[in-house]
Ligand binder design. Structure first.
Ligand SMILES: Cc1ncc(COP(=O)(O)O)c(C=O)c1O
Length: 408
């Protein structure tokens, strides 16, 4: 039996296996050089080229590039008219932007419970709607796996609520043959460097089939200036309250060339995830991600759930032990949003200026047992298209090694 590296043994991998990796190839570099030579930093042809290609990739009428995924969510609410007085139901297991943008829009976030895959549980959503009315549901296709949308759509239809897709993790994922981005009223994607595709630092994109919403977004993202609606004669004339939430030309050029390789990225992720699942499937106390036949999971993150008693390590110890083996594992969203200090203190105007006009629920009273349980047992393993098969084997070997050590 091999001694774990954290206890002084030899690590499974000499070199660190990184959690995520971005590879920028020649095409991206050439495009950036060309932009730098021309000096067309703010706007240029790649903005339109990227938007057209992204809309085509999703099969949507419009794709509107935005400064980042957070701003894409924020502007999605504004474009739908969700602001003061509105209540939005979402998931407590996510990056903070999923919920903070609801607050930025002036609305009030509420949380429903999740399933073991960290996606919203339609039953919990239904229960929440029985107690009160919500204006919108924000689903997050967590880790790249689509939410159970048939049930969510039915609840939204019955209650006349909008569906916002936080698709930050799920470019190219599919639910019953439909791409994520077309499963609700509007969808926001992130192009943060480690996402399925990157831009030049920050980046985001909103997808919609509505001409009216697209037109509003084009004004919202650029100061509400008429130039963006009617051309140069609209310069310095402002029609609505807008923001500066545009993507730069360099970001769009990188995103454009990354998008040309998205299918290759996704198939690498899927192949590697399948390989890893096959190597981990039979370990007692480790639950691997499931992929029902009607979804296409894009494995932005490969997340497992561990049973601490069965494997003999606490989650935090297990992550540290994997790190010592050379595997850059993480504990993920280990504190659900409703239990975060931000949400416990949300009615304090010194930490949230909207508290001067809004009264938020007492989030500490939310009982979301599954979210609270999985937050304590989640482990994220490295996953990106540039992992080698050998590295996948080493990740599995490290997990087997640690589990066997405590089982002795
Ligand atoms: C689920 C989710 N939503 C929204 C965002 C925000 O995206 P960005 O970092 O591009 O602002 C992220 C970012 O990681 C995310 O993971």
């Amino acid at each position: 039996m091999e001694k774990p590296a954290i206890l002084g043994g030899k690590p499974v991998s000499k070199e660190k296996i990184p959690f995520a990796k971005v590879i920028i190839r020649e095409e991206e570099k050439k495009a950036v050089e060309e932009i730098l030579r021309e000096g067309s930093l703010a706007g240029g042809e790649y903005i339109k080229k990227f938007e057209k290609a992204f809309a085509e990739f999703i099969g949507a009428k419009h794709a509107i590039s935005i400064s980042n995924g957070t701003d894409a969510l924020f502007l999605s609410y504004l474009a739908l008219g969700i602001s003061f007085g509105a209540k939005v139901l979402t998931t407590p297991i996510s990056f903070v932007a999923t919920a903070s943008t609801i607050i930025h829009a002036g609305a009030i976030p509420f949380f429903a419970d999740v399933l073991n895959d960290a996606n919203l549980d339609p039953k919990s959503v239904q229960e929440m709607f029985r107690k009160q009315k919500f204006d919108a549901i924000t689903v997050v296709h967590m880790y790249g796996k689509p939410v159970e949308m048939d049930e969510i759509k039915e609840i939204a239809r019955e209650n006349n609520a909008f569906i916002i897709e936080d698709a930050a993790h799920a470019h190219g994922a599919e639910y019953k043959g439909t791409k994520v981005g077309l499963l609700g009223d509007i969808a926001a994607f992130s192009l943060y460097p480690t996402k399925i595709i990157a831009a030049g630092g920050w980046g985001g994109v909103i997808v919609t089939n509505s001409d009216e919403i697209a037109e509003k977004l084009i004004l919202l993202r650029a100061h509400g200036e008429l130039r963006h609606k009617i051309g140069p004669e609209g310069a310095y004339e402002y029609e609505i309250l807008g923001y500066n939430m545009r993507m730069s030309h360099i970001e769009a050029a990188i995103a454009y060339y990354q998008l040309r390789r998205i299918n290759e990225f996704i198939s690498c992720r899927r192949k590697l995830a399948k390989m890893l699942s096959d190597l981990l499937r039979d370990i007692p106390g480790i639950a691997i991600p499931e992929e029902p036949p009607y979804v296409k999971h894009v494995y932005y993150i490969y997340s497992i759930l561990i049973d601490e008693k069965t494997i003999g390590w606490t989650r935090d110890e297990f992550v540290k032990a994997l790190n010592a083996e050379g595997i850059e594992a993480r504990k993920g969203y280990h504190k659900p949003l409703h239990q975060q200090p931000l949400f416990k203190m949300i009615n304090d105007p010194t930490i949230n200026h909207f508290a001067k006009i809004n009264k938020y629920p007492n989030y500490a009273e939310f009982k979301l047992p599954n979210a609270e349980r999985i937050a304590k047992s989640t482990v994220w393993l490295p996953m990106h298209p540039y992992l080698t098969e050998e590295q996948i084997e080493l990740i599995a070997k490290a997990i087997h090694k640690l589990v066997q050590w405590r089982r002795k």
